[in-house]
Design a protein around this ligand. Structure first.
Ligand code: PLP
Length: 400
């Protein structure tokens, strides 16, 4: 007799269990554009959780570029880039991004997630080794899981642990053919930076490649927002693959990898996400090119993000909040357990602040937080309103 099996009841059970632990996602509906102040669930609120650091998604030039390219070239690209969807705008975007990054070449993808998944799944295989920071983004982890390469995880930002792993790896017989060290540039939950110069040094000692995911660093770090490789003044011989996204500071959507011509040719020929999934619409490519132009011409925007970040962080620290180890416009407000993080987010929501709790499995169970992200457009008045709301909420919940 066949097993008595219910195909889907476990889904409901799992949901109920998540709900009891306060771990479900309950996104709020954004009814206006992504801006410093927008309409969310019928209320005008200060938005403190957008990745739109430079407010480029509503920049008139970026929007106009999207409209005019759409009128001229249509809504979609008509195919995967390798077959029929490789429009002039895609190629121009590849070229303009490489110029902006100061890299020999770039290849742009549909999303940052697909960039990581496509490339990391191919760079290494059986007989190779990935060495990964324990707090790396899920798209990196998924990419590594698609390979037969060995994986070793080092403690967060711990270069001694990284060096130890690489020394141990040298004893393997037969020797690893290729070793890649993979790290987030900015860690998105804490806003801290990878120790990239030290990583590059250790990598060079072992002939290992360095792959950095700079999703939250672009537009924020380095000269005019050129990213983490520029920030640390490293070369393309030290950091071999710099990956990023257009869905954050660039204000549009898409992903890229920048590095040597060999790397780009390899990515183009091997990444299944690039080869087997449609290219971004021409309007998206045009808007992204416009976003790069705005960044090149108006580096003040980047400075405004940093000024806002300094103001907010100082005031929150003065109030006694634990803001972790941030080095960027990501400011975590540590709450401990997930229910406290939810209560703080709900409290400030009532005061007109839109921010979300970040809970397990995004972060450890006892490290739940609300995560603030500053943008170039926030005014001092808006930040003061937010700080005041956090003060009241923090006092009520015993966080300060
Ligand atoms: C957001 C993010 C991604 C994914 O980028 P998308 O373009 O939104 O898919 C990848 N890595 C990190 C570290 C991110 O923060």
């Amino acid at each position: 007799m066949a097993t008595q099996r219910d195909p889907i009841s476990y889904l409901g059970e799992e949901y109920r269990s998540l709900k009891e632990q306060g771990l479900t996602w309950e996104p709020r509906e954004l009814q206006g554009p992504s801006k410093a102040v927008s309409l969310v669930e019928g209320r005008e609120v200060i938005v403190l959780c957008a990745n739109n650091y430079l407010n480029l998604s509503t920049h008139p030039r970026v929007v106009a570029a999207m409209i005019s390219a759409t009128e001229k070239y249509g809504a979609g690209s008509g195919g995967v880039r390798p077959i029929s969807g490789d429009m002039s705008l895609h190629r121009e975007l590849d070229r303009r991004l490489a110029e902006f990054k100061g890299a020999p070449a770039s290849l742009t993808f549909q999303t940052g997630f697909m960039t990581n998944q496509g490339i990391i799944a191919q760079l290494a295989g059986a007989g190779d080794l990935y060495v990964s920071d324990e707090l790396n983004h899920g798209s990196i982890i998924d990419g590594m899981r698609l390979t037969k390469a060995d994986r070793a995880v080092y403690k967060h930002k711990d270069v001694d642990d990284l060096a130890r792993i690489l020394e141990e790896a040298e004893t393997r017989q037969p020797a690893y053919r290729h070793i890649w060290i993979v790290t987030d540039g900015v860690f998105s939950m804490d806003g801290d930076l990878a120790p990239l110069p030290q990583i590059a040094e250790i990598a060079a000692e072992h002939g290992a490649g360095v792959y950095v995911d700079d999703a939250h660093g672009e537009g924020v770090l380095g000269e005019g927002g050129r990213g983490i490789v520029d920030h640390f003044g490293l070369t393309r011989d030290q950091v071999h693959a710099e990956m990023g996204t257009f869905s954050k500071a660039f204000g549009v959507v898409g992903g890229h990898v920048s590095g040597s011509k060999e790397l780009i040719r390899f990515a183009l020929n091997r990444s299944r996400t690039w080869l087997l999934s449609g290219g971004v619409p021409p309007g998206v490519a045009a808007a992204t090119i416009a976003a790069i132009e705005v960044m090149e011409e108006d580096p003040e925007r980047v400075q405004r993000v940093w000024d806002n970040r300094a103001y907010f962080l100082d005031k929150m620290n003065e109030l006694g909040f634990d803001t972790g180890h941030t080095e960027t416009p990501i400011v975590p407000i540590m709450c401990g357990d997930s229910l406290t993080a939810k209560e703080l987010a709900d409290f400030v929501w009532q005061e007109g602040i839109y921010i979300l709790p970040i809970v397990y499995p995004m972060v450890a169970r006892d490290k739940a937080r609300v995560r603030a992200q500053l943008c170039s457009e926030h005014t001092r008045d808006q930040l003061d309103t937010a700080i005041d709301a956090f003060k009241k909420g923090g006092q009520k919940l015993g966080l300060i």
